[in-house]
Design a protein around this ligand. Structure first.
Ligand code: NAD
Length: 484
């Protein structure tokens, strides 16, 4: 599909959305294709005024939306799920064009994004309350669950559809309305989903969207007393700022933030499975994943075998434009991301790392970086403590279980961790000792709508997906009834 064909579709929206209407502005910003650098859209650059309009629309829409029965909201969500799946190919093409990930991965994300809408269509009907034994005769105590109100969903560019539906599925299921603020690199994916939401029957004003002037949008959202909750996915630095600002109006916050995932390969591991998992985890979305491994710890006795097999597999990964058949690793999102990867690799090499695969900018130029494996890494290198967010597998040696647990936990982050072992006692011992919201054990994928997703320490607060996801958008109201 050509960019022109994408642009000709009714799903291709470039305005800001208020009360079901896409509005234009004279001031716009460009959305670029990271593989080519070409501008694919000029999007309305919304600011304070437009965000206030969006919040006002969401406030007006709230009473009627919350008054719908859970079953009605569920039916609309289910229709939205079906429409996303029906448009999977088109949405995948759009995502690859604005985000860069290979088409197969983009289509996988569309399905994954849709799975949250499907799941919360089901969960909508289960926002149950409780009947509590009374303290006095002739009385009852009921704890009911109500939608929290108007919410804001602020999302990053790396999973432009899934990060949004993880929030909008439970928000709509609970009866909330809101304002969406997607990343400026990838607003088109978010906007396309919203056009389908309208088609599915989500009433005008329930979902509104702005992108553009991030500082102004943020100020309008954070200062609004009507807006009761922020659901944020992005970097820890921005999450901290938002949390501080939320204190002013005591907004509820959910924070899905950065990580520094360790991946431990014990000497009793199935090494081939560990290599396969490493490739799937580390090079998906060119390493731009919050649960991507940042540090591979390999036990001394299996270190050489693991790194040589990993380097051989990495050398076979095909790099290219995500729209080209066979591409496994696409471009990074923008030049600043390439700069960070370069700095981390150069710093590591200067401090003693050995380049086992890649190590340089790719010959395709632009935002492309060679899939890289670095050996002999140590904690004095920047890549050990900061998210590299690129296709770089940094390998560290370790000797004992006790030592590696201490090193794995030696980070302010705690989003995801992984380890490979065939020893059942070790499975439980190490799982308990590692400080992380999610742990993959002989498993490199930890994201599904069925399981709670979220971090500990500076990786965040709250959980998305699963039965817990709905709770984040509900408030408990307790009724004490006397005179019965
Ligand atoms: P980012 O924090 O720069 O931006 C995220 C979103 O916040 C974007 O929409 C951005 O425009 C907006 N934003 C930036 N500054 C803001 C401010 N002051 N007020 C309000 N909004 C603001 O992050 P990014 O570069 O887009 O995404 C990468 C980061 O996201 C990584 O750290 C990654 O680990 C993290 N992430 C976490 C998860 C998770 O579920 N834990 C998932 C994906 C990405």
């Amino acid at each position: 599909m050509t960019t022109q064909a994408l642009q000709d579709s009714a799903l291709f929206q470039t305005g800001y959305l208020v009360d079901g209407v896409w509005k234009t502005l004279d001031t716009t910003f460009d959305v670029l294709n990271p593989a080519t650098g070409a501008a694919i859209a000029q999007v309305a650059k919304a600011g304070k005024k437009e965000t206030e309009e969006a919040i006002a629309a969401a406030s007006r829409a709230f009473p009627a939306w919350r008054a719908r029965t859970a079953k009605e909201r569920s039916a609309i969500l289910y229709r939205w799920y079906e429409l996303i799946i029906e448009n999977k190919q088109w949405l995948g093409q759009l995502m690859t064009t604005e985000q860069g990930k290979p088409l197969k991965e983009a289509e996988g994300e569309v399905e994954y994004a849709a799975s949250f809408i499907q799941w919360f269509a089901e969960e909508a009907k289960r926002a149950n309350g409780e009947i509590i034994p009374p303290v006095k005769p002739g009385s009852r105590i009921l704890a009911t669950r109500e939608p929290i109100g108007v919410v804001a969903a602020i999302t990053p560019w790396n999973f432009p559809m899934a990060m949004l539906t993880r929030k909008l599925g439970p928000a709509l299921a609970a009866g909330c309305t809101g304002v969406i603020k997607p990343a400026n690199n990838t607003p088109l994916s978010a906007f396309a989903l919203l056009t389908l939401a309208k088609k599915a029957g989500v009433p005008d004003g329930v979902l509104n969207a702005v992108a553009g002037n991030t500082a102004e949008i943020s100020d309008a959202i954070m200062s609004s007393p009507e807006l009761r909750k922020i659901s944020f996915t992005g970097s820890t630095a921005v999450g901290k700022t938002l949390m501080r600002n939320a204190a002013e109006t005591m907004k509820k916050v959910s924070m899905e933030l950065g990580g520094n995932a360790p991946y431990i390969v014990f000497e009793d591991a199935d090494i081939d499975a560990a290599v396969k998992g490493a490739i799937a985890n580390k090079f998906r979305n060119a390493g731009q994943v919050c649960v991507s491994v940042n540090r591979f710890y390999i036990q001394e006795s299996v270190y050489d075998e693991f790194v040589s097999k990993l380097a051989a597999a990495v050398n076979d990964l095909k790099v290219g434009d995500g729209l080209e058949e066979g591409t496994v690793v696409g471009p990074l999102i923008e030049a600043s991301a390439v700069k960070k990867v370069r700095e981390h690799v150069e710093d590591a090499v200067a401090k003693g790392a050995t380049v086992l695969a890649g190590g340089k900018a790719h010959s395709l130029g632009g935002n492309f970086w060679q899939p890289t494996v670095l050996g002999d890494c140590h904690e004095g290198m920047a890549l050990a403590s900061e998210e590299t967010f690129g296709p770089v597998a940094a390998c560290f040696r370790f000797t004992s279980e006790e030592e590696v647990i201490q090193r794995a936990n030696n980070t302010p982050y705690g989003l995801a961790a992984y380890f490979y072992t065939q020893n059942l006692q070790r499975v439980f011992r190490v799982s308990q000792a590692i400080e992380s919201g999610m742990i993959g054990i002989n498993e490199c994928a930890v994201s599904t709508e069925l399981g709670p997703f979220g971090g500990v320490k500076e990786s965040g607060l709250g959980r998305e997906g699963s039965v817990l996801g709905l709770e984040e958008f509900l408030e408990v109201k307790t009724l004490h009834i006397g005179g019965l």
